[in-house]
Ligand binder design. Structure first.
Ligand code: ADP
Ligand code: MG
Length: 401
């Protein structure tokens, strides 16, 4: 789960991480009220969307020359102008994709004079099984570009969970940022607080870009992106309130209600599969046969009939879907349960698209019988290769290119 910048900063501030003051706003009036609570003389009006690159982003509805999603304001009137121009508009950044994201919230924050910008992130490094600290002197810009063009400017330090964060980690980060004296001490402190926040919230990533040195010689977090490990959600019911459903794909939200792993993709063949590995293989074989999957969907091991029905409806609610491939290996989940779910869902929704079903495993014959006796137009398949060929052919026939 990801959260907005203002939520991330409020959370980090609770752990003692230094951030500028600021307030969220859902309307122009709220933006003006927020600005009045801050001292000035410089404010920053920041679009709150779950994507980075806002500063260099462009609004679809505004001209190319209009400013991006992070704007300086030198007066309350200017805050008003920016807020009115940004709210409700669609911001396109390198991270949103061409469709962009609608700006429904703003963050009004203290503007600071920046002497230098750094990059500092904490994330889970799966290779070492540790929390990794990534630090770079090249802050403020797209870190992917830095990694590509000047990889030597990015330092990675991993933290042994047995010892936890040690003073030498702080010194290493300060050195990586080229800091000494008081600023090096500040860097160690910021790192320690970020590390506390990371562990304390079961974060999966905390990315600070930029971490700035102000003209007063203070280190300050000017942008923060925080994501949490969804497997630890149950330990943090309070963090659940930070979820902004308008930032998420509606079908992915629906899927999460039923504990289904669903990711929307760009193709036209909907997939319902049990097990992530099998789902990947199914997507691969669809591609191998010259078509594209419309989604990744793993119904899991012990799915109920209700779960399968929900999965089926989610696939069918995607207007891009022109055919469905169900590929189930009945190990834990019995094939007859899947078959019942498919029949129930197909009856509930108006199924006009071709449907290929490949069942294998426990109670496979009962499952096939249920499908055959349902009176529905279901194309049975014997194995994965056969199933993929059949669905690709059926979609091509139904929708000639
Ligand atoms: P994004 O990464 O989405 O573009 P940032 O919050 O990093 O958004 O803002 C982009 C740039 O705007 C920063 O690199 C920084 O130079 C400037 N900026 C952001 N917040 C402030 C602030 N409070 N005061 C002054 N400048 C800021
Ligand atoms: Mg940034």
């Amino acid at each position: 789960m990801n959260i907005h910048e203002y939520q991330a900063k409020e959370l980090l501030a609770k752990f003692g991480v230094p951030v500028p003051a600021g307030h969220a706003a859902m309307s122009v009036d709220e933006a003006v009220e927020a600005a009045k609570k801050l001292p000035g003389p410089l404010w920053v009006v920041k679009a709150q969307i779950h994507a980075g690159g806002r500063g260099k982003g462009r609004f679809k509805e505004l001209s190319e020359s209009a400013k991006g999603g992070v704007r300086l304001a030198h007066s309350i009137d200017e805050v008003h102008e920016h807020a009115a121009e940004m709210l409700g508009k669609t911001l396109v950044t390198v991270q949103t994709g061409p469709q962009g994201k609608q700006v429904q919230r703003l963050y009004i924050t203290d503007g600071v004079d920046i002497a230098k910008e750094f990059y500092l992130a904490l994330l889970v490094d799966r290779e070492t099984g540790r929390i990794a600290v990534v630090a770079s002197t090249e802050g403020g810009m797209n870190i992917e570009d830095v990694a590509h063009e000047t990889p030597e400017k990015i330092r990675t330090i991993t933290i042994d969970p047995a010892t936890g964060l040690m003073p030498h980690h702080g010194r290493a980060v300060a050195a990586a940022l080229g800091l000494s004296g008081d600023l090096a001490k500040q860097a160690s402190k910021v790192l320690a607080k970020l590390y506390d926040a990371f562990l304390g919230t079961d974060a999966s990533q905390i990315e600070i870009n930029p971490l700035a040195i102000t003209d007063r010689g203070e280190l300050l977090v000017l942008d923060a992106k925080v994501g949490f490990d969804s497997n630890a959600e149950f330990r943090h019911p309070d963090l659940g309130e930070l979820r902004d459903l308008t930032e998420e794909d509606p079908m992915e939200i629906e899927a999460s209600k039923y504990d289904l792993s669903y990711v929307k993709l760009d193709g036209n063949i909907g997939c319902m599969v049990n097990g992530a590995g099998l789902a990947m293989a199914t997507m691969d074989i669809i591609k191998l046969n010259g078509a594209e999957p419309a989604n990744f969907l793993d119904v899991g091991g012990g799915a109920s009939k209700e779960k399968v029905t929900a999965a089926f409806k989610i696939i069918l609610s995607d207007p891009a879907v022109q055919g469905i491939l169900v590929n189930i290996f009945g190990g834990i989940m019995r094939c007859d349960i899947i078959a019942e779910g498919i029949v129930a869902a197909a009856r509930e929704v108006d199924l006009n698209d071709p449907l290929v079903v490949r069942l294998e495993g426990t109670n496979v014959q009962q499952g096939k019988d249920i499908l055959a006796q349902s009176g529905l137009q279901i194309i049975p398949a014997d194995d994965l290769g056969d199933a993929a060929k059949k669905i690709v052919a059926a979609v091509k026939q139904a929708v000639p290119a």
